[in-house]
Design a protein around this ligand. Structure first.
Ligand code: 4FV
Length: 242
């Protein structure tokens, strides 16, 4: 998967060189290139923005600079995404859908945004990471690269992306590791029993319990088995007893 990022602040993408994403790039599973939009300014002092027509606060990024930066990519077979609060929410489903692409161009806004004419000309889809306004599209672009890269073959071990939160429509079960006892709290016995069938059952029950407690609305979006519905009944009875 190739990511080309158009940004005024390329240095903000340094954290992607760390950990899992950094290793995935070194191994060639993903390729991240950050292009500085400012390099394409033909104006004095590399000016890239100007005041909005019609008045109002803040500055808007000029269309010609963004267009020239985009054209330099020659990204004919790419899907072009603009990170914006007006975009389609970046959900698990959208992440998995995006991971099927070979080449994504991510356009990062800043200040009040980017001139609408170049957005109309080059952008295939606007995507938002949440209903709030940030100072720039760089953090949303990194969130998108991180979440999408986890679904590129080879980046994670296959198993981990199958059982995690949202992967089966539920929140994940609680995780434990050594030491076996911490602050007098013991790891659930079943997890050290070595009985994989019981461990699976326990994990499914804990996933349902977590989802029921924290995001009950998710239960309406998935097909629950008879045993799942039985688990929900038992959990509800238990909570009435607590
Ligand atoms: C944003 C979001 C976001 C708006 C103005 C950048 C900023 C500035 N992007 N999800 N929420 N972008 O707030 O994606 O241009």
């Amino acid at each position: 998967m190739k990511f080309d990022v158009l940004s005024l602040f390329p240095e903000m993408f340094e954290p992607l060189k760390q950990s899992i994403i950094g290793r995935a790039e070194k191994k060639g599973y993903i390729d991240i290139n950050v292009i500085n939009i400012r390099d394409f300014s033909k104006e004095k002092h590399k000016k890239v923005d100007d005041t909005p027509y019609g008045g109002g606060a803040g500055m808007v990024i000029k269309p010609d600079v963004v267009y020239d930066a985009y054209k330099s990519l020659q990204a004919h077979d790419a899907k072009v995404i603009y990170l914006s609060p007006q975009g389609t929410p970046l959900t698990h489903q959208k992440v998995v859908e995006l991971s099927k692409n070979n080449y994504l161009v991510l356009l990062c806004g800043h200040y009040e945004g980017i001139d609408q004419r170049v957005i109309d000309e080059i952008v295939d889809e606007e995507i938002s990471i949440g209903d709030y306004v940030l100072t720039g599209g760089e953090l949303p672009a990194m969130v998108l690269i991180d979440s999408v890269s986890r679904y590129i073959h080879g980046v994670l071990n296959e198993k981990s992306s199958k059982e995690e939160t949202f992967a089966n429509g539920l929140l994940e079960y609680p995780q434990y590791t050594r030491p076996e006892v911490f602050l007098n709290k013991k790891v659930p016995e079943v997890l050290i029993s070595g009985n994989h069938a019981n461990i699976q059952k326990w994990r499914r029950r804990e996933s349902i319990k977590n989802t029921l407690k924290k995001r009950p609305e998710l239960l309406k979006t998935i097909n629950l088995s008879e045993s799942d519905n039985q688990i929900i009944k038992e959990i509800k009875n238990e909570s009435q007893l607590d």
